[in-house]
Structures are given as C-alpha cells and as structure tokens.
Design a protein around this ligand. Structure first.
Ligand code: AMP
Length: 431
C-alpha cells in the first residue's frame, strides 16, 4: 500500500467528532426511550436475498460479496429491511404494536459527495403493527422532539402520501406503470427545479398537458389544511387519493393533539422519496442551512414486513441520518463541544506519592468524576501543561505538603485560580 488511507466515502471520527456524535446518539435514543421504544441491534451483514427486491432502483447501490463458504451476502443498506426480517423471524417473541429503535451503520455504493457517504450511521425509530394515524404522528413528534433537543434552530418536516403522488399521476392521465417515472422526476424537484422536472418528464414521453397538470398539482403550497383542501378539490374523483388526503388530515390532527408546533411541518405534494417500499405517509425533514439533502426521512411501509412474514404488518418509521445531523451541527456550531472526556487530571509528585494520587483518582471516579492520571512523571509544570493541552478543566495537585495536611490543591486551568480543599470534599468541590 503506497499511502495510508481509509476508503473513500467512509470516515474516521476522531475523538472531538465522536463526542458530538455520541451526544447526538444519546439525545435521539433518550427521546425514543421516553416514548417507550425498545432497542434492537442486527448484524451489518445479511444474506443478499434478504435485501434484494425491496429497494427498487436503489438496489444497485447494495454492496454484495461472497464469503469463504460461497454464500451470497450483502452489507445492510438500511435498518428497515433487517427490521422486517426480525419481525418475521421472531414473530412469537414480539408483542405488537412494537416500538423499536436502532442505531448503527448502513452502507451504500453511492458516489461520495458533501453529506453523502458510503458508510453512514442511521438512528431508526419504527412502530410495527399499527395502522393508526396516531402511530404516524408519534414518529413525527419524536423527530421534532429530538431535533429540538439537539438545538436545531429551524427545521421543517415535509409530509406527503404515496397515494397523493399516485393521484397526481392519475389526474394527469397517466397509468400506474408511468407513475414510477413521475415519482422519480418529482423527487428531484428541489434539486433541479420545475424546469428540470418538466424536461425530465417530457424526455420520458409524458405529454405536455400531463406535465403541466403535474407541475401545477405538486406546487400547491400553504398551510397544511389549505393544501389538503385544494388537493381534495382537484383530485375529487379519485377514491384512493381522497383516502390518502383523509389519512394525512388524521395524522395532522394527531400532531396538533401531541403539541407538535405547527411551524415544524407542512404538506408538500411534491415530496416523493426514493425507496420503493413506502405505501402511505412519506416525510423528510430539511433545514435551510443544509441544501445538500434531508436530515432524516421515513414513512409508512405496510407491505415490506409482510414480504417476510407472509401477512401484511402495518409499520411506520423514520431514519435520522447521524452524519448529516453531525455535519450541520458542526457547521452551525450547535451542541456541546467538550475538549475531552476527562474533567480532572491528577498529578503525581513522585514515585513515593503515586499511591496517594492513584487513591485520589479512584475516589474521584467512584464519585462520578471522569479522571486522568499522570503516567510518565516529570515536573509539576510539565504535568500541568499536559492537562491543559488535553483541555482538562481541573488539575489536582497532591504533593507531600498536601498529603500531610489531608488536602488537595485544585487548580482551575480555565479560570486560573487555585484553592486547597480537604481531601473528603474534592468530589463535591468539582461538582
Ligand atoms: P433513507 O434511508 O434513504 O430514507 O435515508 C434516511 C436518512 O439517512 C437521510 O435523510 C439522510 O440523512 C441519511 N442518509 C441516507 N443516505 C445517506 C448517505 N449516503 N450518506 C449520509 N447520510 C445518508
């Protein structure tokens, strides 16, 4: 190997970045657990056939390989398909409705770009076994609570329904077979604009009248109830579309009752979402600070679990993109930025004093204070410099005088002041 390097599109996360990522993960899992979601972990590698036939066009992005035994395997593309497998495989052990969360890496053979990686972490939250619009609303409530807790200043979740897009295609005179082309073109609206979508649909042999109709419908904008009303009028003869709009109305009713702030969501008829397994609600959350893509996305997929279980099991869920959240938080400088995990650094005066220093470190850790201890000796100045370079807040000095007096000298390396504290009060003094 000529140059030491990691794989393109996959990232090493050094300690500073990891501390922010762990804060993001802990915040999201905290919100999930407050809603009674239970943790699940599945392997990163699945049989290739588990993933195949579920992802539509995106299937080409799956990393596939053969293992030593000639088995066809794949790196998981997301945590949704593995969830569907688990629900089928452990049917007897799972009580529905089941709320589960999962946090881990997913792999896609994408072309790497800003915010688009080949290995990235997702935090998923799903409700399996309920078709209630309250389940859909709870998922939206969770993402709103998590992004608010993380300190995102302005984010909006765009809501739509697969059968609204179907209705838009039908109202434009297109059959189900052409609907896929329409989804794919509309999905790019925010990237390529109305003109780009128009060109793509025209190139795909959609008639100019149909294109005009599609573009009018997908650009309806306004307060959620107004958008739903206008769509109901324009799609009035289409039972499936009307049922979808009624479903969205019920979900929005749930959001209101759950206290989700109205500025946090809107109905966006042009939101399609790429994955083929969605059957109902689809949503994505974006922020104006990150034009490169969505922070998270999700929706209802009532048939995917059934592909494994042999019977439909209604499910709704979301995947936070931890890497996107991380990138945006870095850029906006939000969230905590600790320099290191340790709060205290215990100096070692010399070999005879090492035992007292080690004992002090043990007391601090037992008291819940993250503590580093000097390993390599040297003068006090050198040790304090090491503590400072690490970004530790307090250096605790324990020389023969302090030991004789039963005290510890606490130096605040940020403020610069220092004070002697009785040995038994050190933990409280740092609290
Ligand atoms: P998806 O599983 O495609 O619905 O994506 C859900 C979320 O995962 C997106 O909103 C992104 O935040 C994140 N995500 C998806 N693909 C990537 C990627 N290639 N790199 C980084 N984050 C991604």
């Amino acid at each position: 190997m000529s140059k030491v390097q990691n794989i393109k599109g996959m990232r090493d996360h050094l300690p500073q970045a990891m501390m922010l990522r762990q804060h993001i993960a802990a915040t999201i899992t905290g919100v999930c657990e407050r809603h009674g979601f239970e943790p699940l972990q599945t392997p990163i590698i699945e049989y290739a056939e588990v993933l195949e036939g579920k992802l539509g066009d995106d299937e080409s992005l799956i990393y596939r390989f053969e293992d030593h035994g000639g088995r066809r395997l794949a790196l998981r593309y997301d945590q949704t398909v593995p969830l569907a497998r688990v629900v089928a495989q452990y049917a007897g052990q799972i009580t529905l409705p089941w709320r589960r969360y999962a946090l881990g890496p997913s792999y896609r053979g994408e072309r790497p770009a800003r915010g688009r990686y080949r290995e990235f972490y997702q935090a998923d939250a799903d409700i399996v076994g309920s078709s209630s619009p309250l389940a859909d609303a709870e998922i939206i409530a969770i993402l709103t609570e998590a992004l608010s807790a993380l300190g995102f200043p302005d984010f909006v979740t765009m809501l739509n329904h697969r059968q609204v897009i179907g209705g838009v295609a039908r109202a434009s005179g297109l059959d189900e077979a052409s609907a896929g082309r329409v989804y794919r073109a509309i999905d790019k609206f925010d990237k390529i604009g109305a003109d780009g979508v128009r060109d793509e649909l025209l190139r795909g042999d959609v008639s100019p009248q149909a294109v005009a109709q599609i573009l009018t419908l997908v650009q309806i904008d306004g307060a959620p109830t107004d958008v739903l009303q206008e769509l109901s009028e324009r799609l009035s003869g289409d039972e499936r579309a009307l049922a979808a709009l009624a479903n969205l109305r019920a979900i929005i009713g749930g959001l209101e009752q759950m206290g989700v702030p109205p500025e946090r969501y809107k109905v966006t008829p042009r939101l399609a979402r790429g994955l083929s397994y969605y059957t109902g609600l689809v949503f994505e959350t974006a922020t104006p600070h990150w034009p490169e893509g969505s922070l998270l996305g999700g929706g209802r997929y009532d048939e995917l679990v059934g592909q494994f279980a042999g019977r439909p099991i209604p499910t709704v869920g979301l995947a936070f993109g931890i890497d996107r959240l991380h990138d945006v938080m870095e850029e906006l400088n939000i969230g905590p930025r600790p320099a290191t995990t340790a709060v205290a650094y215990v100096t070692v005066f010399g070999p005879e004093q090492a035992a007292s220093s080690l004992e002090l470190a043990r007391e601090l850790r037992a008291g819940g204070v993250n503590t580093l201890i000097n390993l390599d000796g040297g003068g006090l100045g050198k040790q304090l410099k090491e503590a400072d370079r690490k970004g530790v807040r307090y250096a605790l000095v324990l020389g023969p005088d302090e030991v004789a007096r039963g005290e510890v000298m606490i130096k605040d390396l940020r403020g610069g002041d220092q004070r002697a504290v009785p040995r038994g009060e050190v933990v409280a003094a740092l609290g």
